[in-house]
Design a protein around this ligand. Structure first.
Ligand code: UDP
Ligand code: MN
Length: 438
């Protein structure tokens, strides 16, 4: 989620700013003219004696060439100084005063209506090409679901496929969140689930879990590069999404729809019907985003005209990752598609890399009046450690198998020496472990 912590990107002229500067220029040319000439005169009078001293003359005289030359040089140097000051002020104002001007990369020409022309994605804001090693843990393109919602799977055969990209990472909430998400996705026909785990090695527990749902899926290991781990904020879920983009590229998938669906969000089933027919890029509101508890395109006469989001920070596309879907036929025209490791700017830079224009956006969710996805968050806690003697964690009770599974899921582990002693009670009274388990 974006936060005000992030710094804006390098500036670029925008429709708003161009207008603003144009007005200021006009002002300067009219009302500002007297001020500028009086300022010049002031400089000029201060200048003259210095020039006189330099030329050895006592008083300025219009008829004397050296004096005039000296005055002219002085005037010119003050003009240059003045020009430099004006340029400097404009520069400073442009970078620091106007928040709207910041963060606009040079990526697209603007026409008279303030509409950006698409570009080929090749610019400094798109970062390095997607070239990380792609590590597939397990995959199955087969849809083993017999019925989806109230129809046999075959009833949906003609629908475009939704490639649902889920970045995920090991923590104690990971498995419950993925399960909750899977039980939503089970109701969605023609969906390919790309689960990219932020971890070096393949998690076999996840392989089993994912294959068990019968949804077509690919499970990949895509760790965040170590240099970003320490940074605050870190680019969360970027390596994983990049891996999924690479998977799509390698499979040469140029049909269907791409959607970035984090593991902790809440999805309305109607979202999937809405985004499935995306022609280029569709957008829609996301609930529970930041200060306004919503991030939403502003729609007028069925067209996106602006954005309502509490964190602009110079982003041309101030949207959440869950707030848009992309046609893969459209995306495949942009070979430089990218999602750079730039916390807070992932959505913006991704959308810039595919040359999006505001007039091309397809608003969804009844012209962006309905919330079909919620940015729910789970309270993260460290994996628990419970003191429970390992000699009791065998087949004599359920606890051995249970703690083995909890450990595999990264939820909790039993220890002989660490953590609070596990409370085992009967009839409201604490009992010793050996009394119950031996
Ligand atoms: N994520 C990840 N690695 C991390 C942190 C997060 O892969 O180190 C994933 C996470 O599972 C989620 C997405 O990136 O799918 C966004 O992270 P999170 O939900 O924590 O961020 P927020 O929604 O608060 O912006
Ligand atoms: Mn989240």
């Amino acid at each position: 989620m974006p936060s005000a912590y992030y710094q804006p990107l390098e500036p670029q002229a925008s429709d708003d700013n161009d207008e603003r500067w144009a007005i200021e220029d006009d002002d300067e040319q009219s009302s500002g003219r007297t001020e500028r000439s009086s300022q010049y005169q002031h400089l000029h009078t201060r200048c003259y004696p210095q020039q006189l001293l330099a030329t050895g003359d006592q008083l300025p005289s219009m008829g004397m060439a050296p004096r005039l030359r000296g005055a002219g040089t002085c005037r010119r140097s003050y003009c240059i100084m003045l020009l430099l000051i004006v340029v400097g002020v404009c520069f400073v104002g442009y970078f620091f005063v106007s928040p709207q001007s910041a963060g606009r990369g040079d990526d697209g020409a603007e026409d008279a209506n303030g509409i950006y022309e698409p570009h080929n994605g090749k610019d400094s804001t798109t970062g390095h090409a997607l070239n990380e090693p792609l590590h597939i843990c397990s995959e199955s393109p087969e849809d083993r679901r017999v019925y989806i919602q109230d129809k046999p799977r075959s009833a949906y055969a003609q629908l475009p496929v939704i490639y649902f990209v889920t970045p995920t990472y090991p923590r104690r909430e990971q498995i419950p969140e993925l399960k909750r998400l899977a039980y939503t996705l089970l109701h969605v026909p023609r969906l390919y689930w790309l689960v990219a785990n932020d971890q070096e090695r393949c998690d076999t527990f996840l392989d089993t879990l994912l294959s068990g749902f019968g949804i077509p899926y690919a499970h990949m290991a895509s760790p965040m590069p170590s240099e970003f781990r320490k940074s605050k904020p870190a680019p969360r879920g970027v390596a994983n999404r990049r891996a999924a983009l690479q998977w799509l590229h390698q499979q040469n998938i140029t049909n269907g729809v791409l959607y970035f669906g984090d593991d902790d969000n809440t999805y309305d089933l109607r979202l999937f019907s809405e985004i499935r027919q995306t022609q280029r890029v569709s957008m829609f509101p996301v609930g529970l985003i930041a200060e306004y508890a919503v991030s939403v395109p502003v729609v007028r006469d069925g067209k996106v005209v602006a954005f309502l989001d509490s964190w602009v920070a110079g982003r041309r596309w101030p949207v959440d990752m869950a707030g848009f879907a992309v046609s893969l036929a459209y995306m495949s025209q942009y070979p430089n598609v990218n999602m750079p490791y730039k916390p807070g700017y992932e959505e913006d830079l991704f959308l810039r890399s595919i040359g999006l224009r505001i007039d091309q956006i397809e608003p969804k969710g009844a012209n962006c009046t309905e919330i079909l996805v919620w940015h729910t968050q789970t309270k993260n806690k460290k994996s628990a450690v419970v003191r429970l003697n390992s000699e009791f964690l065998d087949g004599r009770s359920n606890l051995g198998a249970l703690f083995q599974s909890l450990k595999l899921m990264g939820v909790a582990s039993a220890s002989d020496t660490e953590g609070p002693v596990a409370m085992i009670s009967k009839n409201g009274k604490s009992k010793s472990h050996s009394f119950i388990l031996s």
